[in-house]
Design a binder for this molecule. Structure first.
Ligand SMILES: [Cu+2]
Ligand SMILES: [Zn+2]
Length: 213
């Protein structure tokens, strides 16, 4: 009985959607089926591949960006596991979540950084920051409190984009710095989708680093 009540309470949990100026606008979301199935946690994966029209000379990046979040307000955790960077490469690469999970014309159709609160870069929820590959790999574990897999500002169905260059983290002199961080061309991407816990569980422990904000 106690368990039944807690399941009902969980199911009735109300999350606020802050994307509207109207403070009466609430989003009521039942937890996704997978939350019950996987110990109150949602898991997501993003299968990274090179954009179709990759310019000559750019590396072909493959791998996964994995997400998980405990329902409803746990801190989102992210594992980045990418390969294909030149082994001798000292180029730092920016990774962001972009608005649209549409890679039909490469990452161009993925739109701008996902920015549900209308804030300047690098304060967007998916501004993961800069990553230096080691021996051709980027392998990181991050905690990203502003990334949500539940509610009106969920990143499910949106795109992760890997850039050619380093993100200036909003410190540049031009306007684009506060929009995108001047991270150069988009070289690889993927769409974030719900998955089982198996990918998260099978990836080995990766170097832990807090988000660089
Ligand atoms: Cu980006
Ligand atoms: Zn941004």
């Amino acid at each position: 009985m106690k368990k039944l009540i807690s399941v009902i309470l969980l199911a009735l949990h109300i999350q606020r959607g802050d994307f509207s100026d109207n403070s009466d606008f609430h989003l009521i979301e039942a937890p996704k089926l997978e939350v019950f199935e996987f110990n109150n946690t949602i898991y997501a994966t993003c299968e990274v591949s090179p954009i179709p029209n990759l310019p000559a000379g750019q590396p072909k990046i493959f791998g996964q960006v994995l997400f998980r979040q405990v329902f409803p307000n746990g801190t989102a955790e992210v594992k980045i596991n990418l390969r294909g960077f030149p082994e001798t490469d000292n180029q730092v690469r920016a990774i962001h979540i972009h608005q649209y999970g549409d890679l039909s014309q490469g990452c161009v159709t993925a739109g701008p950084h996902y920015n549900p609160q209308d804030v300047p870069h690098p304060n967007h929820p998916g501004d993961m920051g800069n990553f230096m590959p080691k021996q051709g790999l980027i392998r990181r574990f991050l905690k990203l409190p502003e990334v949500k897999l539940f509610g009106g500002q969920s990143v499910l169905g949106r795109a992760v984009v890997v850039h050619e260059k380093e993100d200036d983290l909003g410190m540049g002199a031009d306007e684009e710095s506060k929009r995108s961080g001047n991270a150069g061309r988009r070289i690889a991407g993927c769409v974030i989708g719900i998955t089982k816990p198996h990918l998260w569980q099978k990836t080995e422990h990766v170097e832990e680093e807090e988000s660089k904000r």
